[in-house]
Design a binder for this molecule. Structure first.
Ligand code: MN
Length: 233
């Protein structure tokens, strides 16, 4: 029997740091290739290309500390630590100068990627969907309001697996900074409260396997622990 009249699944929310409120997620945008060192390690793209965006489904958001199942259809499941911008005010075609007025807060996030599927799709000129936009592909930490953490324009961004350092960079090395990303994205879409923007990853991406624990951190924000577990058949 079909089950189309079941109770709707509650939309994704994330905890707000030091508060009892939740951030209600509307859309999840991601920026591709936003740190020069990562573009070089991937050996693709031009370092001066304008930013480009893709989306993940809202229900791909994974709660802070929650485990991620190793996904199907890959043998190269990779981490990408990223600064996440949480939008708090409607942004429609805004300038970079006024873009930060629309930010509610920031978090540490992971753009989990089926790298083999992403590369195959790229070679064939196909969408990145299968490599990027799948179940549990968007772990995110607690959202810290700007009133607490200020705007995160520089500071270390790092990731370790089982205590071993893998990724390291500085937010100040983004090719397109947060105001430019918001301005650019808001010319293609109306941004609304609840939108998250993953802002790209520094160098050092690599694979994980079940049993690994990823620790993602950004200076000034609570870090994010993400255990990888075997897929339930
Ligand atoms: Mn990414």
């Amino acid at each position: 029997m079909n089950d189309i009249s079941r109770t709707p699944v509650a939309p994704a929310t994330l905890p707000v740091h030091n508060g009892d409120s939740r951030f209600h997620v509307r859309r999840v945008y991601c920026v591709g290739r936003n740190y020069v060192a990562h573009i070089r390690e991937m050996k693709e793209g031009d370092e001066r290309d304008p930013p480009f965006f893709f989306q993940k489904p809202t229900d791909a958001v994974v709660q802070p500390g929650q485990a991620v199942e190793y996904p199907p259809e890959t043998s190269d499941f990779q981490y990408e630590v990223e600064l996440v911008v949480a939008i708090g005010k409607t942004a429609r075609n805004v300038s970079a100068e006024s873009a930060l007025d629309h930010v509610f807060g920031y978090a540490v996030g992971l753009d989990m990627t089926r790298r083999d599927r992403q590369r195959e799709a790229g070679k064939k000129g196909l969408p990145w969907e299968i490599g990027k936009s799948f179940d549990q592909s968007a772990p995110c930490g607690e959202i810290v309001p700007v009133s607490v953490c200020g705007h995160r324009m520089s500071g270390s961004i790092a990731l370790s697996v089982n205590g071993e350092a893998k990724q390291a960079g500085d937010l100040g090395n983004m090719i397109w900074n947060v105001p430019e990303i918001i301005s650019n994205l808001s010319s293609s879409y109306v941004l609304e409260p609840g939108d998250l923007i993953y802002t790209g990853t520094p160098a050092g991406v690599g694979p994980v396997v079940p049993g690994d624990v990823i620790l993602s951190s950004i200076e000034g924000l609570p870090s994010l622990s993400t255990p990888i577990v075997a897929r339930v058949p």
